[in-house]
Design a binder for this molecule. Structure first.
Ligand SMILES: Cc1ncc(C[n+]2csc(CCOP(=O)(O)OP(=O)(O)O)c2C)c(N)n1
Length: 665
């Protein structure tokens, strides 16, 4: 236990409170209530409990701290400053919420060193931390506890626990007995609308227990009690939730304990009164020298532990050290290219007319043996998503070397955990569900795109082509909506070769997530070439040129509809019309190419028709406003898939007719 006495603790905690009040006051916006209320909890974590070295915020074996309640960002920024994290100066705190500052409204891991994950959408941080704790266990299994042995701490608010994603997250964590995950709940009973009691009456302690956690209640303003609870948590074989009873806006005489302290500046009068009440000396942004010195001491307290870690790391073989660095840097294995090329060549030698979900499994079968960092999984659709490649064993508490995660029917929790696994470092993640249920995972997918995390979503049953399950399961607007998301790449490969190429591009890409939209139904292998060149890399390419002269028609298609375009080209030839076929495995990747490349692929044929079993939205950039489009204009329908395609007029004949109409116009 600590040697920090109460008076010293209060000074340390009040430094956070003072900075948070001043930061919000200067910005005239922000959330002072949480930092003031949770300052004691955070101070205990950072001065007594956590293993970290502020001077080396990227030390791989540091304890992770996730501020799930991202609106309380001044708490985190104050801690980074006080502990002496490089790059966080007092001037940065003074620039809170200003453009391009290191102190944006909500924590953004790409703006601020020391921020482990971007938070703000409530619930996401908690669910992301579950993935971090999973990754810690998996990486320890690969490299040993001497180099990977740390905790993941989360500070969560009422909102974090009310959001539905929290249920998926805590159920996953409890099931996996993620004992190194410790959640501190800022139990202040207040949110924006007022007291929590107007909208919530969940017994959170009982709820966590029911999900396989240890949980207990403490006084969130009693540092020794908080520390003791955390020490008990560290010894548990289960994850722990500690309900820390706090007062929002602690110290603000009129506003504390009310929603008035939640999300606005206190105002000069209340701020001055709070500082007086708390005994915080000095003017705005002033931290007494002795207090800052003490904080800096705690920031550097982990230097020795880090150096010892470095010695242990240095004792690993050169090969292991290199592999550790490669994996933490998300660098794809050197063998990946060769592996994909050999896989493509085998497919050309022995063509497979299979669904692209099956093609994805074939690609994974080839990739998994050369990519030990690839963690696959599915939200209870393993036999449908084909995500369990040969050689992948289940990840369970007893088999931490398993690289297949059974996420259960928890798409949102899965997507957030995938983010956490990537953020922790050492792993790449792929997770499966039906494309239509991207909607159930979307807020976490958006954060992956925002943070630039290279996760892969294996989203099968990608159109009305799934047939009998009907419109609830048939994605229609999903391709367009995912393409609309900045930094999200969507691939809809048409055959085995394009699927292998899409996997290669997804895994070689380290700056953002990728959706693989894959068919349920079998498709012909249309590609007959297997050069080292990845033809999908530019997003689109000419699959078949026009025969017998200049093209009169350009047909564009993705995924399962490429076959229709190929057949339509034949029908047009029978009518004496020359058509070429362009495959577009990734529309937005294509639209990101330079103008000349785009123009060359789009071509100069006067008639342009696109076919995709989704909505038109986005296609005008290729076919023009006056182009023809064969696709969906409504929700789908239940029936055998060939009947459904006919019903909605998505056929080779319809494509040929659309082209003929334009040709004759
Ligand atoms: C998903 C999501 N919905 C809504 C919000 C907007 N929001 C920010 S803070 C907040 C209230 C949070 O209350 P609580 O979690 O108790 O935080 P505290 O009042 O203790 O600071 C809301 C609704 C959000 N950030 N994320």
């Amino acid at each position: 236990m600590t040697t920090i006495d109460r008076a010293q603790h209060d000074k340390l905690a009040n430094a956070i409170r003072g900075l948070a009040m001043d930061g919000v006051e200067k910005a005239k916006s922000g959330h002072p209530g949480l930092p003031m209320g949770a300052a004691d909890v955070a101070t205990v974590l950072f001065t007594r409990v956590m293993k970290f070295d502020a001077t080396d915020p990227r030390w791989p074996d540091r304890d992770r701290f996730v501020l799930s309640a991202g609106h309380g960002s001044m708490l985190l920024y104050s801690l980074l400053f006080l502990t002496g994290t490089p790059g966080m100066e007092m001037d940065d705190l003074k620039s809170f919420r200003q453009l391009e500052s290191k102190t944006p409204g909500h924590p953004e891991n790409f703006m601020t060193t020391g921020v482990e994950t971007t938070t703000g959408p409530l619930g996401q941080g908690l669910a992301t931390a579950v993935g971090m704790a999973m990754a810690e266990r998996m990486l320890a299994a690969d490299f040993g506890k001497k180099v990977v042995d740390h905790h993941t701490y989360v500070l969560a608010s009422d909102g974090d626990l009310m959001e539905g994603i929290s249920q998926e997250a805590i159920a996953l964590a409890g099931h996996h007995k993620l004992s190194k995950l410790i959640v501190l709940w800022d139990d202040n009973g207040i949110s924006i609308d007022g007291p929590l009691s107007i909208a919530d009456s969940v017994d959170q302690v009982a709820r966590f227990k029911a999900c396989g956690w240890r949980s207990e209640r403490v006084d969130g303003h009693d540092p020794d009690a908080i520390e003791a609870a955390i020490r008990r948590a560290q010894k548990s074989s289960k994850p722990t939730m500690i309900a820390c009873k706090t007062i929002i806006g602690f110290g603000a005489p009129k506003k504390q304990g009310t929603s008035k302290a939640h999300g606005e500046a206190l105002g000069a009068e209340e701020l001055a009164a709070a500082k007086q009440k708390l005994g915080i000396p000095g003017g705005p942004f002033e931290v007494p020298a002795d207090v800052l010195k003490a904080w800096r001491g705690f920031g550097a307290a982990g230097v020795a532990a880090r150096k010892e870690w470095q010695d242990r790391f240095a004792a690993l073989s050169e090969r292991k050290r290199g592999e550790f660095a490669r994996r933490l840097g998300h660098t794809p294995p050197a063998k990946l290219d060769r592996t994909i090329l050999a896989h493509k060549k085998a497919l050309i030698a022995n063509p497979q007319n299979v669904a692209t979900r099956k093609a994805s499994e074939l690609a994974l079968d080839a990739i998994v043996p050369v990519m030990p960092e690839l963690v696959s999984g599915s939200a209870d659709l393993t036999p449908s998503n084909n995500t369990k490649a040969k050689g992948l064993e289940d990840f369970t508490p007893k088999t931490p070397k398993g690289r297949y995660i059974r996420y259960g029917i928890r798409e949102h929790g899965m997507a957030a955990a995938m983010n956490g696994i990537n953020l922790h470092g050492g792993f790449r993640t792929a997770g499966g569900t039906f494309l239509v249920f991207a909607d159930y995972a979307r807020p976490s997918m958006r954060l992956a795109a925002l943070m630039g995390l290279p996760v892969v979503y294996v989203m099968t049953h990608d159109s009305i082509g799934l047939g009998e399950d009907g419109p609830t399961h048939q994605p229609v607007e999903h391709l367009a909506s995912l393409r609309a998301m900045p930094n999200m790449r969507v691939f809809r490969p048409a055959d085995t070769i394009e699927t292998a190429e899409a996997w290669q591009l997804a895994l070689e890409h380290t700056k953002g997530p990728t959706v693989l939209a894959l068919s349920r139904q079998n498709l012909p292998q249309l590609r007959t070439d297997a050069t080292a060149k990845n033809r999908s890399a530019a997003g689109a390419y000419e699959l078949l040129a026009a025969e017998g002269g200049k093209a009169q028609v350009s047909l564009f298609a993705t995924g399962s509809e490429l076959e229709l375009a190929v057949n339509a080209r034949k029908l047009l030839a029978e009518k004496g019309v020359r058509a070429r076929v362009v495959s577009v495995p990734s529309l937005e990747l294509f639209l990101a190419q330079d103008e000349a490349t785009q123009a060359a692929v789009i071509g100069s044929a006067p008639v342009k028709v696109a076919v995709e079993a989704g909505v038109r939205f986005g296609w005008d950039a290729v076919i023009g406003h006056d182009g023809g489009f064969v696709g969906m204009h409504s929700f789908g329908a239940s029936g055998p898939y060939k009947d459904v395609y006919k019903h909605f007029g998505i056929t080779a004949e319809a494509v040929a007719d659309a082209a003929m109409k334009k040709h004759n116009a």
